[in-house]
Write a protein that binds this ligand. Structure first.
Ligand code: GLU
Length: 488
């Protein structure tokens, strides 16, 4: 940008827009590690009024699948990590990579390598036997003419032979790599297809990334990428390599430790904001604050506060956060997410006869740690009871309660209006008439109308189930008691 100064001099000002990206390879679901780097990149872009780019790194045709692309997009959408640009797909940029590969070849910054797989295999085996780090020995580096019997060559990047590369990592600090340790890496395979280290550099350059925030499993790639970037005359982005996530046994988090897929957390009844809050804290902190709204995350997040050591995934903390958000969120918000879980149980509150979903959430939200639990505990409000809790039936639906329940049924049927207060009044009055303690009547009633021993307060439960269903269920329970009595 050129600014006119009062002095008459033109001053060139480079104004760097913050541009971050999430660049998953679509070879599986969106896992929590990926989601965390996506979140950090997203937060950083949002904090600085920048842009967040989604790039699908799908050049590995054998391992990339359309289902995985969908799963990643679905996960991002569910988490609310909306991107400003993309999704770009590397497979749609092949011409551009070829252009760059040829430019590097033309400028002698890359060369064809004709070494056979066998030769490379032997080289590697020898190096390993001599306890050396396996690396290409530069055999074709200075070839001027192709060997007589040459198959399809690969293209290798001519890495500087001397000197060092310094990665000024925003999390790790300065990490120095000697060029003597870096290979002349392959940038195009023998079929001409570009490799990861080439495509990522071209994309980060073309997409004008200002910050690359990614897992520290890529730290060793960074010096190689910096060398390629320099060969292309590009300006390096700033890097932040985020330490990995460990399982509770200190090993790298994997399926063995439980859910690692973002969408599995949805299935298990977590709210996206709980998972985001959990992930932001897993590897980043702001004092000892644990709960962060999205706005707070955006305001407070800074790359410099990312921990430089690995953090361990703690499911009980995530569960605690989930419970917090279930309790504290608006019933409308919870209802929105709960309806997906009810749908999985074949319940559509708009079609199935039953209470208003928001009213239901109001009585359940204090009681459940997950939405899966909430959905399972809400079935009897919308569907007939299919299975009764046997233990609860045996304990509560005994012949001795038959008279009490029957009187209660009549009192409930006679109520002028059906409200939590009126139903409560009927239960209380019946207990008094029948000289029963309230609990002695309320608990059999609960089993009769819900099929189990646990529910929200009985007055609200009755109110939400509705009079017709309550009476039907009481009739059914009275029949069950009769059958038990006659079988005895
Ligand atoms: N596609 C790489 C991966 O999924 C990420 C590359 C990067 O962030 O630079 O691991």
């Amino acid at each position: 940008m050129l600014l006119k100064c009062p002095s008459g001099l033109n001053v060139s000002l480079e104004i760097m827009t913050t541009r971050t990206r999430f660049a998953p390879s679509p070879t599986g679901y969106l896992h929590v590690g990926g989601a965390r780097t996506a979140l950090y990149s997203w937060l950083y872009a949002r904090k600085h009024g920048g842009k967040f780019v989604l790039r699908i790194e799908d050049t590995d045709l054998e391992r990339s699948t359309a289902e995985s692309v969908n799963a990643i997009l679905e996960g991002m959408t569910w988490l609310g990590l909306e991107y400003d640009e993309g999704p770009f797909r590397q497979t749609e940029r092949m011409d551009r990579y070829q252009e760059v590969i040829h430019k590097l070849l033309d400028e002698d910054k890359a060369y064809y390598c004709y070494c056979s797989k066998e030769r490379l295999g032997t080289l590697r085996a020898d190096q390993m036997a001599n306890k050396q780090k396996p690396r290409y020995d530069g055999c074709c580096r200075n070839l001027t003419v192709p060997p007589a019997e040459s198959g399809s060559p690969v293209v290798r990047f001519r890495n500087p032979a001397e000197g060092s590369v310094t990665v000024k990592d925003l999390v790790r600090g300065r990490v120095v790599f000697n060029n003597s340790e870096l290979d002349d890496l392959i940038i195009a395979r023998s079929d001409g297809s570009p490799t990861y280290n080439l495509t990522v550099v071209v994309d980060d350059l073309d997409m004008e990334m200002s910050h690359v925030i990614r897992g520290d499993d890529h730290l060793n790639n960074t010096p190689r990428q910096l060398n390629i970037l320099a060969a292309l005359g590009g300006k390096a982005p700033l890097y932040a390599h985020v330490p990995m996530i460990l399982g509770d046994d200190g090993k790298r988090l994997s399926k063995r430790h439980g859910a690692v897929s973002v969408m599995q957390y949805r299935e298990e009844g977590y709210l996206p904001e709980a998972l985001l809050n959990y992930l932001v804290r897993l590897g980043w902190s702001h004092g000892d604050q644990e709960i962060f709204s999205l706005d707070e995350m955006i305001n407070l997040f800074d790359i410099e506060d990312i921990n430089s050591s690995a953090s361990a995934f703690n499911t009980s903390k995530l569960l605690w956060l989930n419970q917090h958000y279930i309790k504290e969120s608006s019933p409308e918000h919870i209802a929105h997410h709960l309806s997906w879980h009810l749908g999985n149980l074949d319940i559509d509150p708009a079609i199935n006869d039953g209470p208003d979903l928001i009213e239901l959430v109001k009585v359940q939200q204090e009681r459940c740690k997950t939405l899966l639990e909430m959905a399972a505990a809400s079935v009897y409000f919308y569907k007939d009871i299919e299975v009764y809790d046997e233990k609860a039936v045996a304990k509560q639906l005994k012949p001795a309660i038959q008279t009490g329940l029957s009187a209660l049924r009549d009192n409930l049927a006679a109520l002028a209006e059906w409200t939590p207060e009126s139903t409560h009044g009927a239960v209380k009055a019946t207990a008094e008439e029948q000289a029963l303690k309230l609990g002695k009547l309320a608990q059999p009633l609960r089993v009769a109308v819900t099929g189990g021993a646990v529910s929200p307060s009985i007055d609200k439960t009755l109110f939400l189930i509705g009079r017709e269903r309550v009476l039907q269920r009481l009739d059914h329970a009275l029949k069950m008691i009769e059958e038990i009595a006659s079988a005895a």
